[in-house]
Design a protein around this ligand. Structure first.
Ligand code: GLU
Length: 519
């Protein structure tokens, strides 16, 4: 690349961040870092009616959680600031004036009532070439009338004058050559009556002033591209324009239509990066972070929604993604979202994550479930024993609770039907043996070496005890598991006994025996 790569993520602070938005951040970031470039966060808050308090902080927190830190932003600063469009208001006026002077834009004095009436009169009314002359603007009115209206401080907006017949084209990095018939677009408002620019003017001016070289954004912005291209042409010249990449949509699991917040609610999975509470409606939307996703997994799964490196590889760290990312491998078609696959990514990342780090992440979930951890080292070991079975961080609670306390419910129902006195006698003997081992250990240090403590000798002891009896070993093992953990899950039974130790194991056997009946 000739000049330094500079990309931007330019969200409007209107609420929580949809995963499509985070993927846009990610592709911007990967492209920038791959080319040793800069990643800028610009807050597009010119639409005051859609402004939502807390949304900017939420965006910054999301980027932080994902490890996608901007080089320049409203909080990181930078030499091209301010990075909030609402603080750049004066800049846009100058460009709007230039467009008016050069005949590419005009004042429109129509009141909302005028527009309302026109909409009633003309079905599918568009403020465009077809109706411009019927409206109250600096093209339809005389110079004198316009001067008077301006002198009287009549409220106005500034609209772009879309040319009559012009093909607008550009080369999109993902889609290739894209062309539009400009006359299909309406005369968009560029500067509003409140003096704020609209997105169309602000995005072009800021991409220019901030020296943006490549602009990645969602496919939903493609219809606005002709307006932006025309503004680039009129204001700065097309040779200065960034290269565009319109990213394909993230689709509903069924495969058609954009994945929406409602789909998440309908199907029970998150669509936002982190929990979001709408300050106006108090509506709560769940996030990937709070569902127990690791940021590494979240970033990895987003990267795979629309990109691959040409091999079967699916697990990538952020550094690997930076190294391997290439825009040529971004798909044109939308990517179907699959929550089960998302959980698989998280499970893979849980396996890759150090147990000590996981312990810090899991501890709050255990605290919330009122599971007391007395020894940090023990927690770290438990994490290692159960992590293979965990897809989400809260899974650690169900998978590991029995290591810390006796199960609250014991699924005796699933063994009761085959329960008999032989089995009962076996477990009475087992508990008695454990009791014997414990007291022999307490009374004499020497004999303690003989009693089984490790999983292998505990298993040998169990099997020897079972061998004398007419019972199937498999049934005994299943019953033992249920007594220890409460259900049919968990790692090896004797590893569990080793971890919780004989005293707890003995008590759990006796508790279960009291719940089972032999008739
Ligand atoms: N402000 C637009 C949004 O909210 C940004 C679109 C763009 O990146 O050009 O998504």
């Amino acid at each position: 690349m000739d000049s330094k790569v500079r990309v931007r993520f330019a969200p409007s602070p209107t609420g929580g961040l949809h995963i499509g938005g985070v993927r846009t951040v990610l592709f911007n970031y990967l492209f920038a870092k791959h080319h040793q470039g800069e990643f800028i966060l610009r807050i597009e808050d010119t639409d005051q009616s859609r402004f939502v308090a807390g949304a900017e902080e939420y965006i910054l927190d999301t980027l932080k959680w994902c490890g996608l830190s901007p080089n320049e932003s409203p909080v990181h600063g930078g030499e091209y600031g301010p990075y909030r469009q609402s603080e750049r208001k004066a800049i846009y006026h100058e460009y709007a004036q230039k467009l008016i002077q050069e005949g590419h834009a005009y004042y429109a004095f129509d009141t909302s009532q005028d527009l309302e009436e026109k909409r009633k009169e003309v079905p599918n009314f568009q403020y465009s070439r077809a109706h411009r002359m019927e409206m109250k603007n600096s093209i339809s009115l005389s110079q004198k009338e316009v001067a008077e209206l301006l002198a009287q401080k009549t409220p106005y907006v500034i609209r772009i004058k879309i040319p009559d017949a012009e093909q607008v084209h550009f080369v999109d990095m993902i889609r290739g050559e894209v062309s539009f018939d400009a006359s299909t677009v309406d005369d968009k408002v560029l500067l509003k009556a409140d003096g704020m620019p609209t997105y169309h003017l602000a995005v072009v001016v800021d991409d220019y002033l901030m020296k943006i070289t490549h602009a990645f954004r969602g496919e939903e912005w493609l219809p606005s591209a002709p307006v932006h291209i025309l503004l680039w042409k009129y204001l700065f010249g097309l040779d200065k324009m960034p290269q565009w990449a319109h990213l394909p949509l993230i689709l509903k699991p069924e495969g058609s239509g954009k994945l929406s917040k409602r789909d998440g609610e309908r199907l029970g999975f998150p669509v936002f990066a982190m929990d979001w509470q709408d300050p106006k409606t108090q509506e709560q939307t769940i996030g990937f972070r709070e569902r127990g996703f690791l940021p590494e997994a979240f970033v990895n799964l987003l990267a795979m929604l629309g990109w691959n490196n040409g091999t079967e590889q699916e697990i990538f760290s952020l550094d690997e993604l930076i190294e391997q990312f290439s825009i040529d491998r971004v798909h044109k078609a939308g990517a179907k979202f699959d929550y089960e696959k998302a959980k698989w990514f998280n499970q893979q990342w849980i396996q890759k994550t150090d147990n000590e780090i996981l312990a810090h992440l899991v501890k709050p979930y255990l605290d919330a479930a009122q599971i007391e951890v007395h020894e940090w080292e023990y927690l770290v070991k438990v994490i290692g024993w159960v992590k293979e079975r965990c897809h989400l961080l809260p899974d650690f609670v169900t998978q590991s609770a029995f290591y810390f306390k006796a199960p609250e419910t014991i699924d005796t129902a699933s063994i009761q039907s085959k329960w008999n006195t032989d089995k009962q006698d076996f477990f009475i003997a087992l508990a008695n043996d454990y009791e014997k081992f414990i007291s022999s250990h307490e009374s004499s240090v020497e004999s303690s070496t003989d009693f089984p403590k490790d999983a292998i000798s505990l298993e040998t002891h169990f099997k020897n005890l079972a061998a004398e009896r007419p019972i199937k070993l498999g049934e005994l093992l299943l019953a033992f598991r249920i007594m220890l953990v409460g259900g049919k899950f968990g790692p090896g039974v004797f590893e569990i006994v080793e971890a919780i130790e004989l005293k707890d194991a003995m008590q759990r056997i006796r508790t279960s025996l009291s719940l089972l009946s032999t008739n």
